[in-house]
Design a protein around this ligand. Structure first.
Ligand SMILES: Nc1nc2c(ncn2[C@@H]2O[C@H](COP(=O)(O)OP(=O)(O)OP(=O)(O)O)[C@@H](O)[C@H]2O)c(=O)[nH]1
Ligand SMILES: [Mg+2]
Length: 419
């Protein structure tokens, strides 16, 4: 099964919670806090590999969640960090944010790795919260929680030359005579349903030819097989545009040529602006060269007559492909303006005076405070107040007129302000 477009869910592992624990030993009173830190959650990493050439394995598995870090333990034992989750994709895969469609990474080299999600950090154990005033902290930090994201994987095959043309003009036959590839060939439209690749070896060069399903007028509006498989020639450097010069199906070669170019343009300007070699197939069915000359004069460009049956013209075609490729740069990454899925921690806040003597703190900082403090005890509450002070919240509340005894709410927490 060939699959070149899927949506999957990914999530990095949560950080493990820090532990609350106290050292206990016979004859050693008040041994002090010894709660260890939580382990880090696993990252999500995409790895490009040339060992697979389709996204088929994602048809049934849609969820890729890295494991969570373990909780911290007593005796300063740090919880185990979770292993990273590696997701193997074919070389040429583009990863996008399903929400915005923006590109996160474009993996073009075998073995290339991109960490797309970082695992949550483990929480600090209570041993970190010991101060001269607070000898026995009864709270610890929670592990960082991570979010689930949906991403699109889109395979854009790596090839140097793309064969385009109407169905049945002989694209697959040409690939089969120029390379070792064995694509399906038959005398009907849309024989080819998925891209075929073949390698040409010439002198010191190897180059890859991609044969894709035939295009017809209106492909960009969904006619025929649509134009979606054009993604497989987005990375090519050179297009070989094949027209059936024999007019064996009653169409005019020049009209075909214009319509295909029009469809390429509707898919992408870049694709339409690539250099093209125009190739007249089935020339063995011609009686003379008049049709070739007519096409040449209409398009104002050299036309290469070929026959995959008699092998006429194949050497000249190969030679011009080779020469043109020599001076055309390889297309590597199509997308360089990539975005990151994860946002920086939002530490902003604002204060709203709900009514007289009641203030509410809102914004990203609130989330942060809740995650970082377990309000289980007086001590952790003191820690919480210190956090508010450090982040400038208390100063801002005072500036807005907060006085002793006023109420402040932050998320679910409500407290009375005492100096
Ligand atoms: N006479 C002649 N027939 C050819 C030549 N090349 C291909 N054919 C025939 O044309 C028919 C279509 O060939 P394919 O290679 O399957 O055409 P295609 O362009 O790949 O078609 P789709 O995959 O449907 O888009 C087959 O019956 C081939 O034998 C040629 O040079 N001369
Ligand atoms: Mg074909």
């Amino acid at each position: 099964m060939f699959l070149d477009y899927v949506k999957i869910f990914i999530k990095a592992g949560n950080g493990g919670d820090g532990a609350v624990s106290f050292h206990r030993e016979k004859f050693v009173p008040n041994g002090g806090p010894d709660g260890g830190d939580g382990g880090n959650g696993g990252d999500v990493i995409f790895v490009a590999t040339k060992n697979v050439n389709t996204l088929a394995k994602f048809k049934f598995q849609k969820h890729f969640f890295a494991k969570d870090g373990e909780k911290g333990g007593a005796k300063n034992c740090t919880g185990k960090s979770a292993p990273n989750l590696e997701i193997f994709v074919p070389v040429g895969t583009v990863v996008r944010d399903a929400g915005t469609g923006k590109v996160i990474c474009d993996l073009v080299e075998d073995g290339e790795r991109v960490t797309v999600l970082k695992g949550g950090k483990g929480g600090k154990g209570n041993n970190h919260f010991k101060t001269s005033k607070r000898q026995a902290p009864t709270f610890a930090q929670l592990g960082e929680k991570t979010q689930k994201y949906q991403v699109i994987l889109e395979l854009k095959t790596i090839a140097d030359v793309g064969l385009v043309g109407y169905p049945n003009v002989g694209k697959s036959t040409l690939l089969s005579v120029l390379t070792e590839a064995k694509p399906k060939i038959a005398n009907y439209h849309f024989t080819t349903l998925t891209p075929n690749l073949g390698v040409v070896k010439m002198f010191d060069e190897d180059f890859v030819i991609a044969d894709i399903p035939g295009l017809i007028e209106g492909a960009s509006e969904g006619a025929g097989l649509g134009h979606y498989f054009l993604r497989h020639i987005e990375r090519v450097r050179l297009i070989v545009h094949i027209v059936d010069i024999s007019g064996s199906e009653g169409r005019d070669p020049y009209e075909d040529y214009l319509k295909i170019n029009d469809e390429l343009k509707k898919y992408s300007e870049r694709l339409a602006s690539l250099p093209q070699i125009v190739c007249a197939s089935k020339s063995d069915l011609l009686e003379d060269g008049a049709a070739i000359e007519k096409l040449e004069s209409k398009i104002g460009q050299k036309v290469y007559p070929i026959s995959s049956i008699t092998r006429n013209g194949l050497d000249a075609l190969l030679k011009t492909m080779y020469e043109q490729l020599k001076v055309l740069f390889k297309v590597g990454r199509l997308h360089t303006d990539t975005v990151s899925l994860e946002k920086e921690e939002d530490m902003s806040f604002y204060i709203e005076k709900v009514k007289d003597r009641l203030y509410s703190v809102r914004g990203g900082l609130v989330e942060y405070c809740i995650r970082n403090v377990t309000l289980s005890s007086y001590e952790s509450f003191a820690h919480f107040q210190k956090l508010l002070k450090d982040k400038g919240v208390i100063d801002e509340l005072k500036r807005q007129g907060m006085k002793e005894g006023d109420t402040v709410e932050i998320g679910d927490i409500e407290f009375e302000w005492v100096e």
